[in-house]
Write a protein of this length. Structure first.
Length: 260
């Protein structure tokens, strides 16, 4: 048994085809917008701004006769998107994360967020356990008697996993994979809910804003609060104009504009 710490990495993000955007804008007379873009602005922010301006043809004043002035700064424009709750344009930008060494407590709660999200989780029907990695919060680690009993229990369960593998002869030559799968599926029933596992989780920016807020709230489960605090930090660095409105209060990420 080894103690673990949940970690989060961004592994995929939007990639905008600026050449195609330029061709479109030339056709409709909106080239000025592309010229205003900062070459260092992240694609996720550019995509959200593009989608928003597309809705109102607000590439420049007068292109839509109803639009006589525009917000030229991307930061100002996206702030207005958030404050006016025009959240649909945020759904175009999607990010993928590897959640490593998160427990099945976390993953069981996270799969409840289905709208705007995609999930691929390590399957313990196929992946045989030979150890039981586990995360302990600091308050648990500070309780010697609790840790003594917890580690004893986990060690016993880990020994049992290895015993079952030997008892079933899963490493013997010629064992059909279907049998290995069936026995591995049975063995996972003796793994604790707190077992550290992994997940690829993807979500669009609108969903991310909601999940970061709800899963870091004071009443949320403590490990998922830790995980989505890390997600929040990554996204604030990644898209400052779309996540810079949050304030962090005792671990809770509170947005200036909710339900975008």
């Amino acid at each position: 048994m080894k103690q673990t710490e949940p970690s989060v990495r961004i592994i995929a993000r939007p990639e905008v085809d600026y050449g195609q955007i330029a061709e479109y804008l030339k056709e409709i007379g909106g080239e000025e917008w592309l010229e205003r873009l900062d070459s260092l602005s992240p694609d996720g922010q550019d995509l959200a701004e593009f989608a928003g301006r597309f809705c109102y043809r607000s590439w420049k004043p007068g292109l839509n006769p109803n639009v006589t002035r525009i917000r030229e700064s991307q930061a100002d424009y996206l702030e207005n998107i958030l404050s006016s709750q025009h959240g649909s344009v945020l759904e175009h930008a999607q990010y993928s994360f590897v959640l490593k060494d998160v427990s099945r407590v976390v993953t069981h709660e996270l799969v409840r967020h289905r709208a705007g999200a995609a999930v691929s989780q390590e399957s313990l029907r196929f992946v045989r356990l030979d150890d039981l990695p586990f995360w302990f919060p600091e308050w648990a680690q500070d309780d010697p008697e609790l840790m003594k009993r917890a580690l004893f229990t986990l060690d016993a369960l880990e020994i049992f996993q290895k015993w079952m593998a030997g008892h079933f002869g899963l490493d013997e030559k010629g064992v059909p994979f279907a049998e290995k799968k069936a026995k591995t599926s049975f063995m996972r029933r003796f793994a604790p809910e707190g077992l550290a596992t992994g997940m690829v989780w993807s979500a669009n920016v609108r969903t991310l804003r909601h999940v970061i807020e709800s899963r870091t709230a004071p009443g949320a489960e403590e490990e998922i609060r830790l995980v989505f605090g890390k997600v929040g930090e990554l996204m604030r660095e990644e898209l400052p104009s779309l996540f810079g409105d949050y304030t962090v209060q005792d671990g809770a990420w509170v947005p200036a504009w909710r339900k975008v």
